[in-house]
Design a protein around this ligand. Structure first.
Ligand SMILES: Cc1ncc(COP(=O)(O)O)c(C=O)c1O
Length: 407
């Protein structure tokens, strides 16, 4: 294994806009949790397309289902009845205890729909400047409204003026929410990731989620839980908030729902499901037959193959293995997460680990500058988890043993 480790700008002749720092190799195909690049090098995929490839790569049941659907109908439009949307909405409602779904194609679109629902929910109650509580270190997407809701100055820099109507609080601080409740009469919703992903794998505690549910009920606010990254079985339950035994009013989904086929959804309970009516919202691609089929097959295979249980048990083993191998290593601040959503926080920025891991045949990511993030396919086996530990722990140990580079 000998991939170069630097993140490089695109070649000077590239016609692709320069918006990503990319590693200097191209992936050509995959199978299960393995992928290969165009030079034939093999990688163990502990990133899963950033929490997207739920069933890994080239799943033997998903591929023929998609092939069949492509040959029948990829896209039509929302002018017509959509039986596959009906089936997927019913399934998501069964799994979440909610009542209705709207379909789109990405996470930010699901969050935009949620924000529109919150604002209209306020307008319908006579609040003409509604406010939404959002969080420090949150990430909700890169459209103008969702980057305004995001709690990361880097994501926002250069794109002002930001959208108004957000009140920001720290995570897991009930007193901060109570303070907002006492001082801001125009609040209509609380909007948070159950486990912050891009912000560094920061979970909302079970007690905090229960307190939020109670406060939302008391103040007639919508509880809007962004499960785009932590949902769809990743934590060992269908949706991460289910560990707290609560229900959302509005739940945006995307990423893992279609196992790689772009799809987003916003699933609502009775207080939010009828806020939008005909003409209020729409999208050309949202809910197309290919995306719906991919999602239905993903959920079916997850159930048939016990992937929630797998995420919980293999995730625990992976965390335990990392804790064992990194015990006592100076510079390892914390190892946290749930199921197959794991963060290893280091004491200093560690972006270069991305390239170094790839050079050893492991795909990972680094988020919030100092947190190594693992969000592999939910089919990851126990043996593959052991392999992730065996590849990653020495990399982290070696990195932390080097003198820190001047900033
Ligand atoms: C929690 C969360 N919400 C929203 C998004 C945005 O999703 P997308 O990139 O599909 O627009 C992301 C993407 O990382 C996310 O992690």
């Amino acid at each position: 294994m000998n991939a170069p480790e630097a993140v490089k700008p695109p070649p000077a002749a590239s016609h692709v806009m320069n918006t990503y720092g990319r590693l200097p190799f191209a992936l050509s195909h995959g199978r299960g949790c393995r992928v290969w690049d165009t030079e034939g090098r093999e990688y163990l995929d502990a990133l899963g397309g950033i929490a997207v490839n739920t069933l890994g790569h080239a799943h033997p049941q998903l591929v023929p289902a998609l092939q069949e659907q492509v040959a029948k109908l990829i896209h039509c439009s929302n002018y017509y009845q959509m039986p596959l949307q009906e089936q997927l909405a019913a399934k998501l409602c069964e799994l979440s205890g909610l009542t209705n779904a709207f379909f789109c194609s990405t996470g930010l679109e699901a969050n935009e729909a949620a924000l529109k629902i919150a604002r209209k929910f306020g307008h319908d109650r006579g609040i003409d400047r509604p406010e939404i509580i959002v969080y420090e270190k949150a990430f909700h997407g890169r459209s103008i409204a969702t980057l305004s809701a995001t709690g990361n100055a880097k994501v926002q820099a250069g794109f002002g003026p930001l959208v108004e109507g957000f009140v920001r609080v720290p995570l897991n601080d009930v007193a901060a929410i109570e303070e907002v409740a006492n001082t801001r009469p125009n609040v209509v919703a609380v909007f948070l990731e159950v486990i912050q992903g891009e912000g560094g794998i920061n979970p909302a505690t079970v007690d905090y989620l229960r307190a939020l549910r109670r406060l939302c009920d008391e103040h007639d606010w919508l509880l809007m839980l962004d499960e785009v990254q932590c949902g769809i079985g990743r934590t060992g339950k269908w949706f991460a908030h289910q560990w707290a035994g609560i229900r959302a009013d509005v739940m945006p989904l995307a990423k893992g729902l279609g196992s790689g086929v772009p799809v987003g959804a916003v699933v609502c309970g009775p207080r939010a499901a009828n806020v939008l009516g005909p003409g209020n919202h729409g999208t050309t691609f949202g809910g197309n037959p290919l995306a719906m089929r991919a999602s239905l097959e993903t959920l079916r295979i997850m159930e048939a193959d016990g992937l929630l249980e797998n995420a919980a048990t293999v995730g625990s083993a992976l965390r335990a293995g990392l804790a064992r191998e990194l015990a006592g290593v100076a510079g390892v601040v914390d190892i946290r997460g749930q199921g197959l959503m794991i963060g290893v926080e280091l004491s200093r920025p560690c972006g270069e680990l991305l390239g170094r891991a790839a050079a050893r045949g492991l795909l990972i990511s680094v988020t919030a500058e100092r947190v190594v993030r693992l969000v592999p396919p939910l089919i990851l086996s126990r043996a593959e988890a052991d392999e992730v530990v065996a590849l990653l722990a020495p990399l982290i140990r070696d990195f932390l043993a080097e003198p820190a580079q001047p900033a």
